[in-house]
Design a protein around this ligand. Structure first.
Ligand code: URA
Length: 272
């Protein structure tokens, strides 16, 4: 149960005073009946409308976006489009905030929520949950890099990273699970191993995987999925090297096109 003026205020209808006026003047209905008392307690299931328009009710929300490159992870930015502007209106109304950050050129799994305690749990260094990134890079990952990542990579500024799990997918393609969130951490870890990162995409947080969410799409998480987000013992969930989650990068798409042309010309040769 919430007060009517609070519900209207939370929905961004106006200040408490403005909302009080709207109620007194008879613009507001609850379940179709005009009400004139702004302090009226309204149940979660009641339908509140202003001038016939249903008012969205505040609720606890956790949603994920498959972020595309070019969006900055901040609430405001004078020059670039932000992830907030990319959110559908019904999520913006719920006043969700991004949980942690991805670089402008990084793609993939980004969580949003309006639950302060969940946000804190997911980003505080004390609770930091594992995060997995798909990386396309110059050079190759060998057992030397896997061991280096496991024993803690020293970055160029002298800080030493927590143990990370590194897994080679193919030449120039790998997955890394990190257990903290330092600035540009993955790019700096790869740079310290002499591997320049060309493309980065977050594919897993805790044991929640990005799955088949299309680039740029947003969806709400189920209760059972929210629990997966804070799995501290998560390991890399690997499907197959051809999983679309790893193959949406421009470079990989280009590679697929080239191999397709090769395959086509091979089969033409066979026909001759
Ligand atoms: N590490 C990076 O270098 N960039 C990101 O966006 C996330 C992790």
């Amino acid at each position: 149960m919430d007060r009517l003026d609070k519900i209207l205020g939370d929905a961004g209808i106006g200040s408490r005073k403005d909302c009080e006026k709207l109620v007194r003047r008879g613009y507001v209905t609850v379940n179709g009946e005009v009400v004139r008392t702004a302090s009226l307690k309204v149940a979660d299931s009641d339908v509140v409308a202003v001038d016939g328009e249903v008012v969205p009710r505040h609720r606890d929300v956790v949603c994920i976006m498959n972020k595309v490159a070019g969006l900055v992870t901040s609430t405001e930015d004078g020059r670039n489009r932000t992830v907030m502007e990319h959110l559908p209106q019904d999520m913006q109304v719920q006043k969700v905030l991004p949980v942690g950050r991805l670089d402008k050129d990084t793609e993939g799994l980004l969580v949003f929520s309006n639950q302060g305690d969940l946000i804190h749990r997911l980003i505080s260094p004390k609770h930091e949950v594992p995060k997995v990134y798909y990386v396309e890079h110059e050079g190759d990952v060998t057992s030397t890099e896997v061991e280096k990542a496991f024993s803690g990579i020293a970055l160029k500024d002298g800080s030493v990273c927590r143990s990370a799990d590194l897994m080679r997918i193919a030449e120039g393609r790998s997955l890394i699970l990190i257990r903290q969130g330092m600035y540009h951490q993955v790019k700096r870890m790869y740079a310290a191993m002499g591997l320049h990162v060309n493309y980065l995409k977050r594919v897993q947080i805790g044991s929640l995987v990005l799955g088949d969410l299309a680039p740029g799409e947003v969806r709400e998480l189920l209760e059972s999925e929210i629990a997966l987000l804070s799995d501290k013992d998560a390991r890399i969930v690997f499907t197959s090297a051809d999983d679309p989650v790893y193959s949406q990068s421009p470079a990989f798409q280009q590679f697929l096109k080239l191999t397709e042309v090769e395959r086509e010309s091979d089969s033409e040769m066979e026909d001759v």
